[in-house]
Design a protein. Structure first.
Ligand code: NAD
Length: 372
């Protein structure tokens, strides 16, 4: 099995998740190429060196352009803040590298489109970090829906909430600026929900939406007054899928008490499926069958019967975690780069998700129904 050289940009939350995932992918999954941890980039250089030692990378740099040009790097992993994704991805594609980019692809739909177009015109593979669709529990939900276990899917209800911007006294940061962060809750959280809705229900055709900035200003450092928050804390949309099914998508980054609430229900003509990300190893299934007095929800605990859970653990109910989703994502990408089947979401599929979040923002701004 061949070795694939990895260049990773960023060593924060996602940088660490990518590094752990590349280290573990072959050991867990077996049938994927070995990731050779070639070059790690961060600023300042001292941090890059320190984290290269910790993560097990051979070399470190503070110059991402040098990483992209490095002949030993075949996959460029981009885990920097949103404003850098497009420039870095375009440079990597130009240099003929495969790109594994964190979500959202870009600050704007134009950036995401440019990235998808560049990838389509080059002989490179791409992957975007929509990791929640890699969960064996979610894959089982997809299978149940596709097999008709709940009849014809007619209504999708999804919520994604966190509370990292709930406190009005939290200091103003670059995250509040459209030029640096792009969308607010929609770009951070809402896009994950769209990725799940899209894979379960198919593409969104049109929607009508509203959004709100709850904390319109935030305190600047050192008592220098207040800075304006330019992007949304909350957004809600009524959507119509191309299949004719309807849906509701809601997101908030100011929802006290919610840490990673990424929940959905798919209502069908013969039953219903419900999922909660904070209980990511469980699926609730209701089927309209059996005597009325014995009907109810069944809790399905994820186990070896739900591939690829067994790659981690032979016993059901022992539970996977967030970083395991990244192992599955990195493994799928290594396999694809080595000539295997595409698992996605690649830039083309992720663009479809990102069209929806930008359509939600456009509908809310203009007060009209928008076709995606
Ligand atoms: N897939 C997910 O579930 C998920 C979760 C969280 C964040 N994200 C996405 O991951 C991306 C990063 O978020 P994070 O939470 O890891 O951020 P972070 O702030 O923890 O990490 C960002 C990293 O980029 C580095 N960096 C900044 N400028 C750089 C430059 N010029 N050269 C090299 N390195 C540079 C920083 O030093 C830091 O190490 C964002 O796009 C975010 O939306 C995805």
């Amino acid at each position: 099995m061949r070795h694939i050289g990895i260049g990773l940009i960023g060593t924060g939350f996602m940088g660490k998740a990518h590094a752990l995932a590349f280290r573990a992918a072959q050991a867990v999954l077996g049938d994927v190429p070995t990731a050779r941890l070639e070059l790690l980039c961060d600023t300042p250089a001292e941090r890059a060196r320190q984290m290269a030692g910790q993560f097990g990378f051979a070399r470190a740099t503070d110059d991402w352009r040098a990483l992209v040009a490095d002949p030993a790097v075949e996959i460029v992993s981009i885990t920097t803040p949103n404003r850098m994704h497009c420039e870095m991805a375009l440079a990597a594609i130009e240099a003929g590298k495969h790109v594994y980019c964190e979500k959202p692809m870009g600050l704007t739909l134009e950036e995401a489109r440019a990235m998808a177009e560049a990838a389509a015109g080059a002989d490179v593979r791409t992957m975007v970090g929509y990791n929640y669709v890699k969960n064996p529990t979610f894959i089982h939900a997809q299978k149940l829906v596709a097999e008709g276990a709940i009849g014809r899917p007619v209504h999708f209800r999804g919520v994604v909430d966190e509370d990292y911007q709930a406190d009005p006294n939290l200091a103003w940061t670059w995250r509040a600026r459209i030029e640096e962060a792009g969308l607010g809750a929609l770009g951070d959280l809402g896009c994950h929900l769209v990725s799940m809705a899209h894979r379960l229900m198919g593409p969104v055709d049109s929607l009508i939406a509203d959004m709100q900035t709850i904390h319109e200003t935030r305190p600047l450092p050192e008592g220098a007054g207040h800075g304006r928050v330019e992007n949304e804390d909350v957004a809600s949309a009524l959507v119509r899928f191309r299949s004719g099914a309807q849906g509701v998508l809601c997101t908030s980054r100011s929802a006290w008490g919610r840490k990673n609430r990424l929940d959905f229900e798919v209502h069908g003509t013969a039953g219903m499926i419900a999922f909660e990300q904070e209980r990511m190893n469980e699926l609730q299934l209701y089927r309209n069958e059996g005597p009325a007095g014995e009907q109810g929800f069944k809790t399905i605990l994820t186990g070896p019967a739900h591939p690829p859970y067994a790659a981690f653990c032979p016993a059901p109910g022992h539970q996977l975690g967030f970083n395991d989703l990244k192992v599955l994502e990195a493994g799928a990408f290594l396999r694809h780069v080595a000539g295997g089947e595409k698992a996605g979401p690649d830039f083309a599929e992720a663009l479809e998700f990102e069209k929806v979040i930008h359509a939600i923002a456009a509908s809310a701004r203009d007060g009209r129904r928008v076709t995606v």
